[in-house]
Design a protein around this ligand. Structure first.
Ligand SMILES: Cc1cc2nc3c(=O)[nH]c(=O)nc-3n(C[C@H](O)[C@H](O)[C@H](O)COP(=O)(O)O)c2cc1C
Length: 340
């Protein structure tokens, strides 16, 4: 059925089709239709970060930035749903067009720039949702907050979302907010992580509940940089790492229409880069911190590859655009078929 829907959706501009899909998935969720229309995945429970997941395949951040379709996405069979990136204040993002499909490569280029309605809107949507499963809330900084003050934006968002999230993701890896990726390195990273960890401890005491913190990183790092990040995350007692966000590289899409558009590239072209980062992280972390793998899962077997590379959970974004909800079940099946 998705093949037909995709044919229609791909006739629209990528952003119009994105908005329409969120509306349809949201409406299907409210009417309880999505569960009826999709073949639900196997039950494949896993426990990660102290949380119980019905299956290890989640929705990646950025598809439901405002939390408008939480029930709808969960009913498609995702084992967990991550919403955001949300910023303290609403912001429009970059001028359109800012989203491009590269179908020949099963790729997407975006320079959305954290368009979102702000953290208060997102919280209202979370409170209105019926979903009781694992909900990640991904936080970022406003584009006009100087990068030296980024920590204030993250702490403000953390304070607000803390008691409503199963886990919180700190996004320091979007390529579309100037300066953001510099927070992944050296003293900037150390200071940010220390501030987040201190606040997490205060909030744990205040609410009597420890909400895990995950840090989402970029694929555009050398092995040495990846190892440094892994150790910084361990030292700061973070709870998980999400690898990866989109890439600035254009390997594998050279010469294709839109390949030279500015922004982050996702989908099949980022797959191997992203899996490599998971492997390097896993060798360094040696099971001391769980890895959530995302990047280029367009078939079930790619999800299984991420688990074999050392991930405990996976997430999907671009593959969902190209393959639709059937990919969720396919990914769960492929993971279930791995030797124990
Ligand atoms: C249009 C678009 C918007 C995105 N927005 C966000 C975002 O707001 N926050 C974030 O952490 N990642 C965002 N991402 C990155 C995805 O969550 C994911 O890390 C990346 O696309 C790689 O996975 P994929 O190949 O399955 O798409 C976005 C990706 C796309 C394609």
């Amino acid at each position: 059925m998705y093949t037909l829907a995709r044919e229609l959706l791909f006739k629209l501009s990528p952003e119009t089709s994105h908005e329409l899909s969120i509306d349809l998935i949201g409406a299907g969720g409210r009417l309880g239709l999505n569960k009826l229309l999709t073949k639900q995945p196997l039950s494949l429970p896993v426990s990660v970060m102290g949380l119980e997941f019905p299956n290890p395949v989640g929705l990646a951040a950025g598809l439901d930035k405002n939390g408008d379709a939480i029930d709808g996405f969960s009913q498609l069979g995702f084992g967990f749903v991550e919403i955001g990136t949300v910023t303290p204040r609403p912001q429009p993002g970059n001028p359109k067009p800012r989203l491009f499909r590269l179908p020949e490569a099963e790729g997407v280029i975006n320079r959305m720039g954290f368009n979102n309605y702000g953290v208060d809107h997102l919280l209202a949507r979370v409170k209105a949702a019926k979903y009781k499963g694992v909900l990640g809330i991904n936080i970022g900084k406003n584009f006009d907050t100087p990068v030296e003050n980024a920590v204030d934006d993250y702490l403000l968002c953390l304070d607000k979302v803390y008691q409503h999230a199963s886990y919180v993701t700190v996004n320091v890896s979007s390529p579309n907010t100037p300066g953001l990726r510099s927070l992944q390195f050296g003293d900037s990273l150390k200071q940010l992580l220390e501030a987040l960890h201190r606040r997490q401890e205060d909030l744990t005491e205040q609410y009597g509940k420890r909400v895990p913190l995950a840090i989402k990183i970029a694929p555009d790092m050398s092995d040495e940089e990846t190892i440094q990040v892994a150790n910084a995350l361990l030292n700061a007692e973070m709870d998980a790492v999400i690898a990866t966000n989109t890439t600035l590289s254009r390997d594998g899409v050279e010469g294709l229409e839109y390949a030279t558009e500015a922004g982050g590239l996702s989908g099949a072209p980022v797959r191997d880069k992203s899996t490599h980062i998971v492997r390097v992280l896993s060798e360094e972390l040696k099971g001391r911190m769980p890895i959530i793998a995302v990047g280029g899962i367009t078939e079930g077997k790619h999800a299984a590859e991420k688990i074999q590379a050392g991930a405990s959970l996976v997430q999907i974004y671009s593959g969902f655009i190209y393959k639709g909800p059937a990919l969720i079940r396919e990914a769960v099946d492929a993971i279930a078929a791995l030797p124990k």
